[in-house]
Design a protein around this ligand. Structure first.
Ligand code: HEC
Length: 232
């Protein structure tokens, strides 16, 4: 009996600690809609390099992995991704922003995003990037529905458009809402890849491994039949 009580207690504890398990107040998380393959991840990597890497590093990632794991040519990695001055092909993806300047501008250094998707989830990062609004009371002029009083400005506002807290569009963006959401999905796909780089290879190889196992089952079945014929 005591054992069951302990198990029930643990199950309840797990439920209560699951993030947002019972939370129905606060903004709703939105799931990104992407086809997860090397094409969407590369598109996200290019956007990350132009729009995010001025401030954020992903120091667990090396440029050369984009070639090894995603098949991007070395020339393209140089042209589209290695934008910070002094970056090396075999080096880590580190932003060129000096930490003391970051402190001065934002009050804190922009965090490394290598594990952000594991830490906060893909849905959270996607929703966060779509939840900025203009707020004149903030030092940066921006605020965010899922990250109140955030120090990061809405760096994608030119593409998404400028909205106020109520969601009213004050100035349209240069991308259609559909295209913009696709681009943000691609950035999230890239960040997911960064937090788990072997995932593409696993997805590619998985069906082959399952196929081989299925073949083996058929083989084992006939082998068993063959052996048992003599026994019976
Ligand atoms: C101008 C500098 C700057 C740029 C460019 C920038 N960020 Fe940020 N970002 C910040 C700062 C500063 C913070 C810390 C916010 C805080 O803690 O209040 C932050 C926080 C974040 C967080 C939350 C991290 C956490 O620990 O919760 C995510 C996710 C993020 N940024 C993603 C991005 C993405 C994706 C891009 C590109 C589309 C981007 N950022 C571009 C400055 C920037």
């Amino acid at each position: 009996m005591k054992k069951y009580v302990v198990w029930a207690g643990m199950a309840l504890g797990l439920l209560a600690s699951a993030p947002g398990a019972f939370a129905d107040n606060g903004p709703k998380m939105i799931a990104p809609h992407y086809t997860y393959n090397s094409k969407t991840i590369i598109a996200g990597a290019k956007l990350f390099a132009t729009d995010c890497m001025a401030c954020h590093s992903i120091k667990f990632m090396r440029y050369e992995f984009l070639t090894n794991d995603l098949g991007m040519s070395k020339a393209d990695v140089h042209k589209y991704i290695m934008l910070p001055t002094g970056s090396k092909y075999k080096g880590n993806m580190v932003s060129a922003m000096p930490t003391d300047m970051a402190h001065k501008w934002f009050g804190l250094p922009p965090p490394d995003l290598s594990q952000i998707v594991r830490y906060k989830s893909q849905n959270w990062v996607y929703t966060y990037l779509l939840s900025f609004y203009l707020d004149p009371k903030q030092p940066s002029g921006w605020n965010n529905h899922v990250f109140p009083n955030v120090a990061m400005p809405d760096v994608l506002a030119l593409h998404s458009g400028f909205v106020n807290e109520q969601g009213k569009v004050l100035r349209a963006g240069d991308e259609s809402p559909q295209k913009f959401k696709e681009q943000v999905s691609d950035i999230v796909a890239f960040l997911r890849f960064v937090s788990d780089p072997s995932v593409v290879q696993r997805h590619d190889e998985g069906p082959w491994v399952l196929g081989l196992l299925a073949l083996f089952i058929i083989f084992a079945y006939f082998l068993k039949k063959e052996y048992w014929r003599d026994v019976k």
